[in-house]
Design a protein around this ligand. Structure first.
Ligand code: GLC
Length: 422
């Protein structure tokens, strides 16, 4: 029996010592890479193709029998990601289509048993992450567009599932068995990243996902494993991190991030182009500069950036994504000190940029170009000394009425003009 008794109810959840340490490590990390990879990559239309194109689940499943990503190399992926300065990888172990990317005993619809490839890519990645010193986070879908036992919500309605066979207790047990496999056979798991809760947010009465027992199971199997849920609502008891989809916490441009910001470590997930899973027509990648600005902006909010890549069906990361990783890596190797291990600065994000803080040092990140000064509230910061991070040249400090103005000669033209204040 996997369910936990009331004594482990997450309402009264106090994170363990290991968990608190993981939270700190997570909050310091600032950059993670998200990987959306599954048999959906074969259709090259993004990870929602089964639902969006109204495909019959049995027709869709035929892609598994042709899935042979012969260019997949966990070593190369992890190396490229590490060189970008990312500290962790979060990969889809099972997305909404229901296909498992590891050798699960709970369903034959998995990469080892249903494909000619036959390799457990989660295991290979887990081992490689350990070797190269990156944390591995596992994305896990709460919903399933293929299995009959998942009681359908508002998506996945036309895949040929039989609604009469819905059986939540059976499905819940299946998920907990799968999570147990992932948390016992793949070494240390940095986080379980849930998704799909929103599938039932239009139910007339709130659906009980039984998160309490599931979160308790995770914490019992690996106390240091962080629990996060992309539910687009305020955090639930038992969660260790708060996730924002496609928005810097505090912004809500994509419409999924109106929820209050908690005191938990924060993470913003965002795509490099427009889609999570590989989409052949989507070459609209954000520029390296824009991605660096996004990374710095999330850091200025005290949040991590979980930046997504959709690998190709052949197992390679798209060349555009590799190019972006390289560009980010050049920046982090030079300026990483100004974000890693920092917290949000004392000044809220401004038009011109953000601040980060480490101990008594504040880093002012001027992200807007063409500026020769910025003005900050005087009570926010004690400024003894201000220097340009790159050149070490002094930055002029002028005190006004309740303000401090930092100024310099040359209008900013770099992606992030950094001033060190202590
Ligand atoms: C959404 C989508 C999903 C994607 C996720 C990543 O919830 O359903 O496809 O995996 O966002 O944030």
């Amino acid at each position: 029996m996997l369910m936990m008794g009331g004594s482990m109810a997450q309402e009264t959840y106090t994170p363990s010592v290991e968990n608190v340490a993981s939270r700190q490590e997570f909050a310091d990390a600032k950059l993670g890479i998200f990987i959306h990879w599954g048999i959906y990559s074969m259709f090259a239309q993004g990870e929602w193709y089964l639902q969006n194109a109204d495909i019959d689940r049995e027709e869709y499943a035929k892609a598994a029998d042709a899935f042979y990503p012969h260019r997949f190399s966990a070593h190369q992926w992890v190396k490229a990601i590490k060189e970008a300065g990312a500290k962790y990888i979060c990969i889809t172990t099972r997305h909404h289509d229901g296909f498992s990317m590891w050798d699960t005993r709970e369903s034959d619809y998995n990469i080892v048993r249903a494909t000619p490839f036959g390799r457990d890519v989660i295991k290979e990645l887990a081992e490689e992450c350990q070797r190269q010193g990156l944390r591995l986070h596992l994305y896990y879908s709460h919903i399933d567009w293929t299995r009959d036992d998942y009681p359908m919500g508002r998506t996945g309605l036309h895949t040929g599932k039989d609604p009469k066979k819905a059986d939540w207790p059976h499905y819940y047990e299946f998920m907990n068995h799968q999570l147990t496999e992932l948390l016992t056979g793949y070494g240390p798991v940095g986080a379980i990243w849930f998704d799909g809760y929103w599938d039932r947010d239009q139910d007339p009465t709130p659906f009980d996902w039984q998160l309490d027992e599931q979160y308790a199971l995770i914490h019992r199997l690996q106390p240091g494993c962080l629990v996060g849920n992309n539910h687009h609502t305020t955090v639930h008891p038992g969660e260790d991190i708060q996730i924002f989809e496609r928005d810097v916490p505090g912004e809500n441009k994509a419409g999924l991030s109106g929820q209050a910001i908690s005191r938990l470590p924060l993470e913003t997930c965002q795509t490099m182009n427009g889609m999570w899973g590989y989409k052949v027509t989507d070459q609209n990648y954000k520029s390296v500069d824009d991605l660096i600005r996004l990374l710095v902006t999330t850091s200025g909010k005290g949040a991590n950036l979980l930046l997504n890549i959709g690998p190709q069906p052949n197992g390679q990361l798209p060349a555009m994504a590799i190019d972006r990783l390289k560009g980010i890596g050049e920046w982090t190797s030079r300026y990483g000190e100004t974000i890693y291990g920092t917290t949000a600065g004392a000044i809220d994000p401004q038009e011109w940029g953000v601040t980060t803080r480490k101990g008594n040092t504040t880093y002012v990140h001027v992200l807007q170009q063409g500026l020769t000064s910025v003005t900050i509230p005087a009570n926010a910061l004690k400024v003894k000394k201000a220097t340009a991070y790159d050149s070490n040249d002094p930055v002029k400090v002028s005190k006004g009425k309740g303000t401090i103005t930092l100024s310099w000669q040359k209008p900013t033209e770099q992606v992030d003009f950094i001033i060190r204040i202590n």
